[in-house]
Design a protein around this ligand. Sequence first.
Ligand code: S3P
Length: 429
Amino acid sequence: MTHITFQPASGPLRGEIEVPGDKSISHRSVIFGALAYGTTKVRHFLEGEDCMRTVEAFRQMGIKIDREGPVLRIHGNGPEALKEPQAPLYFGNSGTTTRLMLGLLAGLPFFTVVYGDSSLSARPMDRVVNPLRQMGAEMNGRESGSYLPLAIRGKKLQGIDYSLPVKSAQVKSAVLLAGLFAGGETIVRESSATRDHTEKMLQAFGADITANGLQTSISSGAKLEAGNIYVPGDISSAAFFMAAAAIIPGSHLVLKAVGLNETRTGLLDVLQKMGGDIRISNRKSSGGEDIGDITVSYADLHGITIEGELIPRLIDEIPVIALLATQAEGKTVIRDAEELRVKETDRISAVCDVLKTLGADIEPTADGMIIHGKSKLTGGKAASYQDHRIAMMAAIASLAAKGEVVLDDASSISVSYPDFFADLTKIQS
Ligand code: S3P
């Protein structure tokens, strides 16, 4: 591991950033493109490590995927074009690749073994394996199939009516993907809305899917048709620079063409409630996804409570929201976020550990954290936990700190934001 040192900001942050393509939408564009008939062309695809795992998996299953300039092309020929992979599929650090692919592989007529890195191998897969088994899937792995590696013998599946026990778009998507090839109808019911990119994109590809509030139904039979996809900027990546502008006095940053899907914009609501100065302009829509420019300027922030239905709409932004809270007057409480315990790392412990080390007043709770602001961060030595969002949060924290922040390793950032360092430099020059 190589240490990396981040310096405090020497003045206000200024400029425009074109944030990388949305990770969730990039994964889905490859999956549905590979299942469709014809060539799907994807612009602004995120070439981060996670999405490249999805690309590699389909290449191993015989799908040609190439580039024409900046456009990623997926040459699909329907599900029959997918071939049994000759070797196990490696999913690296990518939970989305794993959970969505399990839904697909369960119903394809071949045998597959899938595995991942040490973080992924410790993440729960029973949340996907259980509903898929109810549909007739044959999956085997450690602890009754709760963890990778998993071996999957594809079967003809049957639709189910499934109420999600966890608020997870990955689980919802896995069941919907299985439902795409299962007999009868598959219904998924949620208790709070999670990101709905799967539903939107399947609709655009022509699947027989109906999304109605918290209930989505899908049936097999419709042929998916290839299309052109523009991937909006990832609000979860934009979040780091939104936070940076909000906490460094005098700053003003514009984040261009960011995805504004309602199921993802919890951070905008939170920043507004905290007293942030935030504006949206140039609104447009593409493939059912809302897009716009986000302008954030420095403002005095105050603490708030973040809970309930808001949590799934900002689940990946909680590390950087915790940082915002350290720079806000008063108390911020985050609750109902126990899902953070099973992300790339236990993000409740990791966030509290890193921010405490850097001088914040923060305590973990079973399902979230309590932060008292405003603290002058001191800087210091922090651990990234090999988690991209923890590493980027620590880098942004350094901007607001008195002294430098030395991070044990920042290589995980390439999972979702390969140009993070270039953008961090750009806004300071
Ligand atoms: C994702 C869903 C969320 C999110 C992850 C991406 C997706 O995970 O945290 O980064 O693309 O569906 P969960 O489904 O585990 O909540």
